[in-house]
Design a protein around this ligand. Structure first.
Ligand code: FAD
Length: 500
């Protein structure tokens, strides 16, 4: 690619789709010095990438379908990513309760042994067998579970992961447009012309390389381009989660096996809640992405088989659903379909197209690195890989220093209580002081919209983090939607509308 002065809307690389994969690619490419841009038709991360189980994990169950390469890469990435963002990610111990009706204990032990081996050298604890009779983690479970296994994976706040990649890419010169739908793409001589429509304007950008990270919509680019040859068969699988008031008083999570061969997780969530998921249901494009009554019943019944407390739909305080786009292979069950990713790269008349299929939250950085390196190689321009060692905004500290840093914030901002300081730190990390500034009292942060969501924080999300509407703010920048009342949400929404 010849270096030349580019027009404002003239890019080296343009990405369609601001989920985790698109955001990761944008950051990687911007850091390698490319002039790049991205458009998403909604809020960044508003589709699959904010609807996951929120784990950086190897995927224990993928061992059953012999996806060793994927598990190994994911486990290595898990450790690496934890270091790059210790504010939004942290280790979580998982308990795998066992009784005689489940897969034999020795198979689970062997699976975890392989999991540990594939992880290589890691700071996270190796798997161990546990007695559930004399352990706090056993006390909320049905009495038939007397023993189990424990292993460690990591939690990540998925929607903030996407956003932090976008923000860091912007710091490196990238342009990111949310609520901007790509409506047409045309291959010209040596470049692509991309038409974009947002609420108040329509515009075009030119780019030498076009990247399709449209997730479940991956095949709709061929319709925009009117090139049916660019379609591969993807299988769409909907997965839903439910959130209930907390079912146990400790920080470990559970992985439960079902009679149908599936597994579900029960994970401590936002201090006062438990997250339970997920289902796997074939999905048709165009159908609503929503947790159905059957899925709610399925998850409640599944979890009730393990906990002493029996759950019904009435216990659900929130639910969400997302759609995975997996390679089509009709001969395998949804739970065994590969979660791996792949690329399709082509160059015609000097215009390059890279299509990304599949992928996991856990592999997004590696996927982005490989995607950008493919382009770099194609363009005969060596630009170094860099994302393995550079932390995300707010994440420039060691995990073991987290507590010390939270205490430091409490000392500096004496009006904060512990929960508030912890919430802010898990959101902004070391950038929390940029948000709070010189505030000496709660009043200095302006209006309180409820649950310590202050005007200062709201304005930060809007002015610094692309939040446009109340949903962006309470479900993706934060999870305060779980705490605010309907009236508080309405008031916040009218406040935001007045600003626009
Ligand atoms: C239920 C569930 C649980 C999961 N749990 C985990 C987990 O715990 N750990 C893990 O590692 N992975 C997990 N995954 C997988 C992971 O969530 C996905 O692989 C990942 O989020 C996919 O990201 P993406 O960027 O490819 O797609 P998406 O996040 O769907 O992004 C695609 C984007 O393209 C945009 N778009 C589409 N068409 C257009 C257009 N015409 N113009 C502009 N923008 C457009 C959409 O708005 C969307 O934001 C889970 C997935 C599901 C469904």
């Amino acid at each position: 690619m010849k270096k030349k002065t580019l027009d404002e809307n003239d890019f080296d690389i343009f990405v369609i789709g601001g989920g985790v994969n698109g955001a990761g690619i944008l950051r990687d490419a911007a850091g390698r010095g490319y002039k790049c841009g991205l458009a998403d038709m909604g809020d960044f991360g508003s589709a699959t990438s904010s609807s996951s189980t929120k784990l950086f994990h190897g995927g224990l169950r993928y061992l059953e379908s012999y996806q060793f390469r994927l598990v190994k890469e994911s486990l290595r990435e898990r450790d690496l990513l934890l270091n790059l963002m210790p504010h939004i990610s942290w280790p979580v111990k998982f308990i795998l309760p066992h009784n005689k009706n489940l897969r034999p204990y020795w198979i689970l032990r062997l699976g975890l042994y392989i999991y540990d081996l594939l992880a290589g050298s890691t700071k996270l604890s190796k798997s161990v067998g546990i007695n559930l009779r004399n352990n706090t983690v056993g006390s909320c479970l049905d009495k038939s579970f007397t023993r189990g296994l424990a292993y460690t994976d990591c939690w990540v706040e998925d929607s903030r992961l996407v956003l932090l990649n976008i923000l860091d890419a912007e710091k490196k010169g990238a342009k990111a447009f949310s609520y901007s739908r790509v409506t047409n793409v045309q291959r010209k001589n040596g470049y692509w012309l991309v038409s974009i429509k947002s609420k108040d304007r329509s515009f075009e950008v030119k780019t030498r390389v076009l990247i399709n990270t449209m997730g479940p919509w991956v095949n709709s680019l061929s319709q925009l381009e009117k090139n049916k040859n660019n379609q591969v068969m993807v299988r769409l699988i909907k997965g839903s989660h439910i959130v209930v008031r907390k079912l146990f008083n400790h920080n470990s999570a559970y992985i439960f096996q079902g009679k149908d061969g599936r597994i579900i997780f029960s994970i401590p969530y936002e201090n006062d809640f438990t997250l339970i998921g997920t289902t796997e249901v074939e999905h048709k494009m165009g159908n609503e992405v929503k947790c159905s009554d059957e899925e709610k019943d399925y998850l409640c019944n599944f979890a009730s088989g393990y906990f002493q407390r029996k759950l019904t739909k009435k216990d659900i305080v929130w639910d969400y659903s997302g759609v995975r786009a997996l390679y089509e292979n009709k001969n395998v069950e949804a739970r065994n379909a590969s979660r791996d990713y792949s690329f399709q790269l082509e160059e015609k008349k000097g215009a390059v197209l890279l299509i990304v299929y599949g992928g996991k939250i856990t592999t997004y950085r590696k996927l982005a690195e490989k995607a950008v390196s493919k382009i770099t190689a194609l363009l005969n321009l060596k630009r170094k890989e860099w994302t393995a060692t550079k932390h995300l905004p707010g994440g420039g500290f060691k995990l073991e220093d987290k507590e010390k840093l939270i205490v430091g914030i409490l000392k500096k901002y004496k009006f904060l209580n512990r929960n508030w300081a912890e919430r802010l730190f898990k959101t902004f990390g070391t950038d929390v002081e940029k948000v709070l500034g010189k505030a000496k009292t709660k009043k200095d942060l302006g209006r309180n919209f409820g649950s310590d969501l202050t005007e200062r924080e709201v304005l930060w999300y809007i002015n610094q983090e692309h939040a446009r509407c109340v949903e962006d703010l309470i479900w993706r920048r934060s999870k305060l939607g779980l705490r605010l009342s309907s009236k508080q949400i309405r008031d916040l929404s009218s406040y935001i509308k007045k600003l626009n």
